[in-house]
Design a protein around this ligand. Structure first.
Ligand SMILES: NC(=O)c1ccc[n+]([C@@H]2O[C@H](COP(=O)([O-])OP(=O)(O)OC[C@H]3O[C@@H](n4cnc5c(N)ncnc54)[C@H](O)[C@@H]3O)[C@@H](O)[C@H]2O)c1
Length: 417
């Protein structure tokens, strides 16, 4: 497993649990040392336990160098980052570097499995680096969600394997034999497109929910009922219909932009997806506007409590978090920030980071719920009302009971409620 981050570490530990022998390789020696001691640097339910069990069972070990493990590996998974380049396209530097590092050690008949999210055609990029007829390159995109990565890996909705070589594809599919899921075997370009199309569709669904929420605010409808009403329709489905502060995280922003670029280079203007991306930027501004209006029209000199900084609950991942985008805007418009997040230690410059949600609310002119951590839904409006300067609640995740907060004297704004 080349790369021991969110995807690589989860894949390594879960494949070991399925009975395989796995070596996790990472360029970060400190991470490797900690992982071998069973210390998990990310917040993922169940991952620490599985990793420790697999280390003890000696089916999993982490290494810094490539040579020994690659020489005997039948499958080499690439789980390295594919960040956004300056123009929005996917940067393949890590993929190229990792593939190049493997070259001296690859055993005959071994298969390089690309699990990173890569633009259409990247299987060919790796094949061109390797240039060996006895080595196969297979696309096997990953669909896990951070926060439930282990569950998702072991209970996937489907497994996608893309290869021009049927036998290589089947060998990769067989690795997952004990998992009960449909396996879709297709060509590499289709497998790569499936991953981007899935993320683009989910982002579109969220933006649609945010647009309907905005409409609800104009026409006096309630987004919770509207989304329940459409989500019951099996053709639509009830997942990913929750409005919020705009989508973010390590995947949707970069993958949607990359797909626009992939389309552009292939001569297709993906206008729909461009619209979805632009609309998401507006959603961040709409939340900032709600806070500004709540405090009387200007943020200058106002103290805002921001509860939640990660891009969603049950992770410690801050990459492209909507909360951070909103905090940045609030600060630019003159507000000071008291922030709290259960999994993050002081990540922001010029932000007062607090030990508890209640501490963050002390002397606040308004409170913004930016991440849907369950503990925020349990906050006591009366207790919080006693410590704030002004009682204004902006619930960008729609997790609070509005009536309770209003009864305690707060103004309450949700998204589409
Ligand atoms: N995070 C997710 O939820 C998720 C879900 C599906 C797909 N993906 C995709 O999976 C890929 C990896 O994402 P991630 O979130 O796990 O990234 P990450 O940043 O958490 O982990 C990447 C790891 O790779 C290591 N690395 C970099 N270059 C290396 C090299 N040459 N050799 C060995 N190790 C190297 C880094 O040190 C790091 O530990 C990306 O393409 C991403 O788009 C991510």
């Amino acid at each position: 497993m080349v790369g021991a981050g969110y995807v690589g570490l989860t894949t390594a530990s879960c494949l070991a649990q399925l009975g395989h022998t796995v070596v996790g390789i990472d360029v970060d020696p400190i991470k490797v040392h900690r992982l071998n001691n069973g210390e998990i640097p990310i917040v993922e339910e169940g991952l620490e336990a599985i990793t420790q069990q697999m280390l003890e069972a000696k089916r999993l070990v982490f290494q810094h160098g490539y040579s020994d493990s690659i020489k005997v590996a039948e499958f080499i998974f690439l789980c390295v980052p594919t960040p956004q380049d300056e123009d929005g396209s996917a940067d393949l530097t890590y993929i190229r570097e990792a593939a190049t590092s493997l070259l001296p050690y690859l055993a005959s008949e071994s298969i390089i499995v690309n699990k990173s999210t890569v633009p259409v055609g990247s299987t060919l990029v790796v094949e061109e680096i390797v240039r060996r007829d006895d080595i196969f390159v297979v696309s096997n995109p990953e669909f896990l969600r951070e926060g439930s990565a282990v569950h998702d890996f072991l209970n996937p909705d489907r497994i996608v394997v893309g290869s021009s070589n049927k036998r290589a594809a089947q060998r990769v599919a067989d690795l997952y034999q004990s998992i009960n899921a449909q396996v879709i075997i297709c060509d590499p370009a289709s497998a790569e497109t499936i991953k981007y199309a899935a993320n683009a569709f989910l982002a579109t669904k969220l933006s649609f929910a945010n647009a309907i929420a905005a409409l609800c605010e104009h026409v006096g409808a309630n987004i919770d009922d509207v989304m329940d009403g459409i989500g019951q329709d099996k053709r639509i489905g009830n997942q990913f219909l929750k409005p919020g502060p705009g989508w973010g995280g390590s995947c949707f922003p970069k993958d949607t932009r990359a797909l626009v670029k992939i389309a552009e280079s292939a001569g297709y203007d993906f206008e729909l997806l461009r619209g979805v991306i632009d609309f998401n930027e507006i959603q961040f501004d709409r939340i900032v506007d709600k806070v500004r209006k709540a405090v009387g029209g200007t943020l200058t000199g106002k103290n805002i409590a921001v509860l939640g900084l990660t891009f969603k609950a049950h992770t410690n991942d801050l990459r492209d978090s909507p909360a951070l985008r909103i905090v940045e805007q609030l600060k630019l418009q003159g507000a000071t920030i008291n922030a709290y997040d259960p999994t993050v230690a002081n990540p922001l410059p010029q932000t007062n980071f607090c030990e508890t949600a209640k501490d963050a609310c002390a002397s606040a002119d308004a409170i913004l719920i930016a991440t849907e951590w369950p503990e925020f839904a349990l906050l006591n409006p009366k207790e919080i009302g006693n410590v704030v300067r002004s009682k204004h609640m902006i619930d960008a995740r729609n997790i609070l009971e509005a009536d309770l907060w209003r009864a305690a004297g707060f103004t309450y704004q949700g998204v589409g409620r």
